[in-house]
Design a protein around this ligand. Structure first.
Ligand code: S3P
Length: 449
């Protein structure tokens, strides 16, 4: 159950062809960043197309607690009156980031170089996730963290009164860690340098530049080196949030596995740091095309057209692609079930520390539904059964993880027997209109309460 209410058991039944247009909500990663940078700039930032999911609403609330004036104008239009770099006030109460690892980690970074103290908490999922990956580099700036055993939330961060700039090699492929360090570097003098061996989503770098910070990115033998000049004056912006490729993944994959389907998912960002799923689906033989390919706000954007794909085959998904589709493995594993042969997903250790251990959550549910899954610490393999051959007919656990819930709901659209998900309430964190949007396309999803 999400912290906002009771569990919502759901059943997804096999359905006829999915068809129509799927207008998925705004990008979650970009929405968090727009609110946080809006709060750190001087002047009023206007945001259009903000994702109004619980994760982002929690970040909006947190920005208010740090002193920014955040206003919902309706219809996805929001404004943020910023307090300037270094201008965060000390919150009166505990900052509750709900289910959101991105929210808590980025906000910790953003406050860690100001002379204020804040205490963070979240739901049972978030309070089980590792924060040491963020507090370790924040300590180099001079911030102190005290949390529960194993670096877990609830946790208090005492911001550095006299921060030093940092040069930090990110030890795990994580845009959240990279972003926390960059946001902390905003209020440190001199240059903060972050090095990542593998490129992860680059929304923070892009948006910092958009707000007027000086950020240089260079590809070197060490990896991708990002250099930020500290203590800039960030200038208010108008931000149009593109639609979320990680949410687009669900109607796209549903169309690919449901016979006769033909779905258009317009205006999806194809930033290479986010588009790994779509490349993988094409390699599997999916009928997925990019229409109206164009550039918007410096990002490649296209309308995705996904049709039922009768001849899917298993593929090897290489470790180098993992960061660009890290949130899409649960739904990819569902498509793999309807393919012929084995889909081998490698270099995916990070999946074990997401909202749930996503390899374990998917493997248990898929096995219960009649699918063979093999796994190791950083890999897993799904043996496809082919279209029409997947039994289903079981209840699976979503484990407070929106993407696990949606992946199994998509699966039930093409299994022989319906799929039951014990709790669909986490879907509201990232895709609050999921059920309505999928129903509009022709899905048969019922709430069992
Ligand atoms: C995100 C980064 C990824 C991703 C998450 C959003 C971000 O996490 O899984 O949903 O917005 O920076 P990691 O940075 O931990 O890989």
């Amino acid at each position: 159950m999400s912290r906002h209410g009771s569990p919502i058991p759901m059943t997804s039944h096999a359905c006829g062809p999915l068809s129509g247009i799927a207008n998925v909500p705004g990008d979650k990663s970009i929405s968090h960043r727009a609110l946080i940078l809006g709060a750190l700039c001087v002047g009023e930032t206007w945001i259009t197309g903000l994702l109004e999911g619980d994760d982002v609403l929690d970040t909006a609330q947190a920005m208010r607690a740090f002193g920014a004036c955040v206003t919902d104008h309706g219809g996805g239009v929001w404004s943020v009156q910023g307090v300037g770099v270094g201008g965060f006030a000390e919150p009166d109460g505990v900052i509750d980031c709900g289910n959101s690892g991105t929210g808590v980690r980025l906000i910790m970074g953003a406050m860690a170089t100001s002379p204020i103290t804040a205490t963070f908490t979240g739901d049972a999922s978030l309070n089980g996730r590792p924060m040491g990956r963020v507090t370790d580099p924040l300590a180099l700036f001079g911030a102190q963290a005290v949390g529960r055993h194993g670096g877990r939330l609830p946790m208090t961060i005492v911001g550095a009164a006299d921060p030093a700039p940092v040069r930090y090699m990110v030890p795990v492929p994580s845009a959240q860690v990279k972003s926390a360090v960059l946001l902390a570097g905003l209020n440190a003098p001199g240059q903060t340098v972050v090095i990542e061996k593998e490129a992860t989503r680059d929304h923070t770098e892009r948006m910092l530049q958009g707000f007027g910070a000086t950020v240089h990115v260079a590809q070197t033998d060490e990896g991708r080196v990002i250099t930020l000049d500290g203590q800039p004056e960030l200038i208010a912006q108008n931000i149009v949030v593109p639609r979320d490729p990680s949410s687009a993944a669900f109607p796209v994959c549903a169309a690919i596995i449901v016979p006769g389907s033909d779905v258009l998912v317009p205006n999806i960002g194809l930033n290479p740091t986010r588009a790994g799923l779509f490349t993988t689906l094409q390699e599997m033989g999916a009928d997925l095309t990019y229409e109206n390919l164009r550039e918007e706000g410096g990002e490649p954007v296209a309308d995705l057209r996904a049709r039922f794909s009768p001849n899917l085959r298993g593929v090897v998904v290489p470790p180098a692609r993992a960061a660009s589709m890290i949130d899409e493995y649960p739904v990819l594993s569902v498509v793999a079930v309807f393919a012929e042969g084995v889909t081998d997903m490698q270099g995916v250790k990070e999946l074990r520390v997401k909202e749930s251990d996503r390899i374990d959550a998917m493997a248990k549910g898929l096995r219960a539904a009649g699918v063979t899954v093999d796994e190791g610490p950083d890999w897993w393999q799904v043996t496809g059964l082919g279209h029409g051959e997947v039994p289903g007919g079981v209840t699976v656990e979503s484990r407070l993880d929106h993407r696990i819930a949606m992946a199994f709901v998509v699966m039930g659209m093409a299994t022989q027997q319906p799929m039951h998900v014990d709790d669909g309430s986490p879907i509201a964190t990232s895709f609050p209109v999921f059920e309505a949007l999928m129903a509009e396309l022709g899905a048969q999803i019922a709430r069992d309460c």
